[in-house]
Design a protein around this ligand. Structure first.
Ligand SMILES: NC(=O)c1ccc[n+]([C@@H]2O[C@H](COP(=O)([O-])OP(=O)(O)OC[C@H]3O[C@@H](n4cnc5c(N)ncnc54)[C@H](OP(=O)(O)O)[C@@H]3O)[C@@H](O)[C@H]2O)c1
Length: 328
């Protein structure tokens, strides 16, 4: 038997209960894992509240990230006792996920834990950390270097935002963090942001297709009007990595920043990011992030706190990252 946060649906109402399940209830898969940690993401908030049409089949175990130790394997790449992690591949949406003490997954969805990372720190990072690493990689592939000027990070106090600030600051970039929570300025400065601007400054639509060029790059978790505004403020030939939609999924812009300033809009997807490039991204996080600062970004919670946390993350009230301990 193992404990899991089980979501059930009755007449379109979703309820969450911590339930003891028999291992025979686990879905099919090649590798069985004793889950040590999971984490809380914006997408988990959607799943916990039955939003976004992400889960088609109930009962369901959410949790899009997980890390733990292999207990049984039918795949030659993984042996019992090895530590592994998983993010994306629609685990926690179309498949049962990490809000449980046990999981069974396909081997292709697993990454061996890179040396230097604990399962707890890996889940501190989770899909948010991986997305920050993929965004940076995309920006660098389009020519970004630390001497080019100010890099804007929007939704900076969230998970993707916090790791983007930490990672880029560690590599010598000059960071401007945009946040709707001015009280978190000391937190963002401690992560390495030099400048802070209020969320509102970017949230109002501009009536001009081009504004003064300000940014050498942007990692955007917000989307909507903010992304449109940012596009009009980019320096010539620079790129925006579009990661999230915390402020909306519409993009009302003109083609002028693309045509007159050669701006690139780079789509970032961590869910189906190719398996062969994931290990490298995780190794980069393990080696280039100041891991001792990750504790300042993370707090820890048990399964019983998830219904509350699932609401708070959708309201933009969660600071940094919440690690979920299913064994607490
Ligand atoms: N593309 C991918 O593969 C991928 C992977 C992971 C996440 N995501 C997406 O990236 C986004 C961020 O994820 P996350 O896990 O970092 O979530 P998160 O921790 O909730 O962070 C989102 C941040 O956005 C800001 N925000 C929230 N509501 C807003 C609003 N209405 N208008 C403007 N800003 C708002 C807040 O930052 P401040 O308080 O600092 O303003 C909040 O902390 C989400 O949309 C998520 O779905 C995408």
């Amino acid at each position: 038997m193992f404990k899991a946060l089980l979501l059930e649906q009755q007449e379109k109402i979703i309820s969450a209960t911590i339930t003891d399940l028999d291992e025979s209830r686990l879905p099919e898969g090649e590798v069985e894992i004793a889950v040590e940690y999971s984490s809380l993401n914006y997408k988990d908030g959607l799943v916990l509240n039955g939003l976004g049409g992400l889960v088609k089949n109930y009962p369901h175990v959410p949790g899009i990230d997980l890390a733990g130790t292999v207990t049984q394997s039918d795949h030659p790449n993984f042996q019992p006792g090895e530590q592994v992690l998983s993010t994306g591949w629609r685990v926690g949406e179309a498949q049962w996920g990490g809000y449980a003490q046990k999981a069974r997954l396909q081997a292709a969805w697993l990454v061996k834990l890179p040396s230097g990372l604990s399962t707890r720190t890996a889940m501190g990072l989770g899909a948010a950390g991986l997305s920050a690493a993929i965004a940076l990689e995309a920006l660098e592939a389009h020519g970004l270097t630390p001497d080019m000027g100010e890099v804007l990070i929007t939704g900076a106090a969230g998970g993707v935002g916090s790791f983007s600030v930490l990672l880029l600051a560690a590599l010598g970039y000059t960071i401007t963090a945009s946040t709707g929570r001015p009280e978190l300025e000391p937190y963002l400065k401690d992560l390495g942001a030099q400048n802070i601007i209020p969320r509102q400054e970017l949230a109002e639509p501009s009536n001009k297709p081009l504004e003064s060029a300000r940014w050498a790059a942007c990692i955007d978790s917000v989307g909507g009007t903010t992304l449109a505004r940012v596009l009009s403020q980019m320096e010539y030939g620079t790129s925006v990595a579009a990661v999230g939609l915390a402020g909306g999924n519409k993009l009302d812009t003109t083609v002028i920043p693309f045509l007159l300033r050669g701006v690139n809009l780079l789509g970032i997807d961590s869910v189906f990011y190719p398996a062969e490039r994931r290990a490298a991204a995780w190794t980069r996080l393990a080696t280039e992030l100041p891991l001792e600062k990750i504790d300042a970004i993370c707090s820890e919670a048990g399964l019983q706190e998830l219904p509350r946390l699932g609401k708070e993350i959708l309201e933009g009230k969660v600071q940094g990252r919440v690690i979920i301990n299913p064994n607490a």
